[in-house]
Design a binder for this molecule. Structure first.
Ligand code: XMP
Length: 525
């Protein structure tokens, strides 16, 4: 990512790009993804970006996002009116359309008939933005305000039963507005509108590809690093593995990877990563065997936040000590992704990080004395996965469910001991194995076992048992901010439960977690 609105270290050379001006939309990232799906590079920027800054990016088009405010409220976010004079095509979505109409002379007001949900959009004009779009199509509305009159320069080009101005086009300027949300899946033909805006209005050629991205990122890393050494922390997760694979491609033996084995990883997690980076990539890999130290520091601790603090501190200690042994290292590579950049406000020059404190556990502080390299900061998670496969990482690694920095410690409720971790690790491996066998792993977002600090009575053979209860947690989510529990088939749950109770000594009861987030969280601690 480049330009005045980002503090990225890498400079992308994506030739044609679209900028999404973010007015606080829930859906700004989704808009960016829809654009990239059309093979056009896209970035999210602040809503009040100046025309001069926009010019520096030389975008092929601008998209004004939706937002929660009303354009007529005091303090409502505005864009610089000068952006309409740049001659760059603009598409306003919901609030974005209202702001465009208001600035260009229209009138927006609260409507008696607010529209939330599905509506039927009737196209009333012939326009390239509606190429291949049905004359009457289902769309998703979510607004309390409407454009009452679009202003002298605008022509209404679509309507719904309760919204006479559901889409507009400016007579003189390349400016369009849609009151509905083409970016959500509830607007089934929304992609067609993006495609038309990008090709017919912005004249994008749709040539942006991930492999071009990889080549450019590799080149830019080589240039920046010169002959120095780069350190990359491997966590067992997808993002750090993809960063390391990309760096290995870029600088080979100048890369040193550090894996801190904290004893809190999933079954075979460390060995999968070690195998990949020593056998396949032959990278300089330092594995810090720190299980004893982590477990000693965690002994007797049951309070979740305290566990997280200890793990975070010990991890940094171990990492620093190992990094010190590596000569000539000036750079530290991290697997920061685009959603992290947006969430932290960095891309938008916005307020300080809003990411929940506990989600930073397992990361490194900024002041380790290295320059940061973050080659994935422009990518979404699914793009990172595709890149990982392109770079030769195995599916098993690339498609792993996310795993929290503090690892199994936050899934081992109560005291974290070697014995309890061993029980949890075995049970966790069984649930993963069974869901893979049922071909449902890729269809769910996160699945894991949680060892509860509860014992209950059971009977095995003819004997009474008094052993641990264990919970299975499985969720579906797009963004991990909200999640629903997965309706796993009963037969699959039965198979998981039977196998755990038969094969994992120390467990005699299995429960399924049926809480959604909110109000529950995904992890139990
Ligand atoms: P919660 O439990 O807050 O988790 O619903 C949302 C997502 O974040 C992951 N998670 C973490 N990831 N360090 C991480 O790197 C952490 O400390 C951490 N805590 C939770 C969690 O697994 C889920 O995917």
């Amino acid at each position: 990512m480049s330009g005045a609105t980002s503090n990225s270290n890498e400079s992308s050379t994506q030739s044609q790009r679209i900028l999404v001006l973010d007015f606080g939309a829930q859906y700004a990232q989704l808009i960016a993804r829809r654009v990239r799906e059309q093979n056009v590079y896209c970035e999210i920027v602040r809503h009040d970006i100046s025309p001069e800054q926009i010019r520096k990016h030389s975008p092929a088009g601008l998209i004004l996002s939706g937002g929660p405010s009303s354009v007529y409220e005091a303090g409502a976010p505005k864009c610089d009116p000068g952006i309409f004079e740049l001659g760059i095509p603009i598409l306003g979505i919901c609030y974005g359309m209202q702001i465009a109409c208001e600035i260009l002379g229209g009138k927006v007001s609260n409507t008696p008939s607010r529209e939330f949900g599905r509506a039927i959009c009737e196209v009333v004009a012939d326009d390239p933005i509606f190429n291949d779009f049905p004359k009457s199509a289902e769309v998703w509305m979510s607004h309390g305000d409407q454009v009452q009159s679009a202003g002298a320069g605008f022509i209404p080009i679509a309507r719904t039963a309760t919204c006479p101005v559901a889409a507009v086009k400016h007579e003189r300027l390349p400016v369009y507005g849609l009151q509905f949300h083409p970016e959500v899946t509830h607007t089934p033909n929304g992609k067609t509108l993006f495609k038309n805006f990008l090709t017919e209005v912005c004249h994008c050629d749709g040539t942006w590809r991930l492999d071009n991205f990889a080549e450019e990122a590799i080149e830019s890393v080589r240039k920046r690093v010169g002959s120095s050494r780069v350190i990359c922390g491997l966590s067992g997760g997808v993002d750090s593995a993809v960063v390391a694979a990309l760096l290995y491609r870029a600088i080979g033996s100048q890369l040193s990877c550090i894996l801190v084995d904290n004893g809190l990883l999933r079954k075979q997690e460390a060995s999968l990563v070690v195998g990949q980076f020593t056998n396949h990539f032959k990278a300089d890999l330092h594995v810090v065997q720190a299980e004893d130290r982590f477990l000693a520091e965690l002994a007797g601790v049951t309070e979740p936040q305290e566990k997280r603090r200890i793990i975070g501190r010990v991890f940094i200690d171990c990492f620093k000590a190992e990094a010190k042994k590596i000569q000539d290292a000036h750079f530290l590579a991290q697997g920061t992704l685009y959603p992290d950049v947006i969430e932290s406000g960095a891309a938008l020059d916005g307020p300080a990080a809003t990411i929940k404190l506990h989600h930073n556990v397992g990361g490194l502080p900024k002041d380790l004395g290295f320059e940061l390299i973050e080659p994935l900061r422009d990518l979404f998670k699914d793009e990172v996965r595709r890149l990982g496969l392109d770079l030769g990482l195995p599916e098993q690694l690339v498609w792993r469910h996310p795993f929290p920095g503090p690892g199994l410690a936050v899934r081992c409720l109560g005291e974290v001991t070697r014995e309890r971790l061993a029980i949890l690790r075995e049970a966790d491996a069984i649930v993963i194995e069974e869901i893979q066998r049922a071909n449902l792993y890729r269809k769910t977002s996160q699945l894991f076992a949680v060892l509860l600090p509860v014992q209950s009575v059971g009977v095995m053979g003819d004997a009474r048992t008094y052993e641990n209860a264990l919970a299975i947690r499985c969720v579906d989510t797009d963004d991990f901010m909200t999640a629903d529990w997965t309706r796993l088939p009963y037969d699959l749950l039965a198979q998981m439960s039977t196998r755990i109770i038969n094969e994992v000594a120390g467990v005699n009861r299995v429960c399924y977690d049926i809480s959604s987030k909110p109000p529950a969280t995904i992890e139990w601690e």
